[in-house]
Design a protein around this ligand. Structure first.
Ligand SMILES: [Zn+2]
Length: 204
């Protein structure tokens, strides 16, 4: 499954680049066939005032993600943390506690990220968020987040942003680094994801 060019690149960089397993490739191909992973159509997102880009900072994938967004707008307010959208859902294992408030309330990394998103919207007067996760992702691996959970957390992250920010447009994307070296970003609609999950329940 792995590509010789990828292997040479990884050896040259002396880094460990994660690879999709056979089962993970199968799962994402199934999502493609089910219409859950859609080709990106820039028209879905009103980027006329720019976008807040929420993405993992992964140095091996971030360039590809940024290039895609650059094709939609040249006004990109980037908020990149390890894990990107995986940090936002309240029940995400990657949304770890970073401090305890004087009130005793736990402050999580997702709360800090949400504050940064809101600040970016205010500072730049941007009402559009391009919300990304990617796979394979080191944070997903660290917290044992498989692909199905990854997409579910992406959808939950979108819901959180929309719940906490009035009149915000959020487009959710997953970036996949396929074993044959192709890098692709796909749009995820909440409705199609829900329909897919419901079909799994019916089949069970
Ligand atoms: Zn990552």
């Amino acid at each position: 499954m792995s590509c010789q060019n990828c292997f040479r690149q990884q050896t040259h960089r002396r880094t460990t680049v994660l690879q999709l397993s056979t089962n993970e490739v199968y799962f994402f191909k199934e999502l493609r066939e089910a219409g859950v992973l859609e080709d990106v159509n820039g028209n879905r997102l009103n980027t006329s005032h720019g976008v807040i880009l929420v993405t993992c900072a992964d140095g091996d994938q971030m360039g590809d993600i940024f290039t895609l967004q650059s094709g939609m707008t040249d006004r990109i307010h980037t908020l990149a943390l390890n894990g990107g959208g995986l940090l936002l859902p309240l029940n995400s294992p990657a949304n770890t506690i970073v401090a305890i408030a004087a009130s005793g309330r736990f402050i999580r990394v997702g709360d800090v990220y949400m504050d940064q998103i809101k600040a970016g919207m205010t500072l730049k007067v941007i009402k559009t968020v391009a919300l990304h996760v990617h796979f394979p992702c080191g944070i997903a691996q660290l917290y044992n987040i498989p692909p199905l959970r990854l997409i579910d957390l992406l959808v939950q992250a979108k819901t959180r942003i929309k719940d906490e920010c009035a009149n915000i447009k959020v487009a959710a994307y997953v970036h996949i680094a396929w074993p044959d070296c192709r890098k692709r970003t796909y749009f995820i609609s909440r409705d199609k994801w829900s329909a897919y999950c419901n079909s799994l329940l019916v089949a069970a």
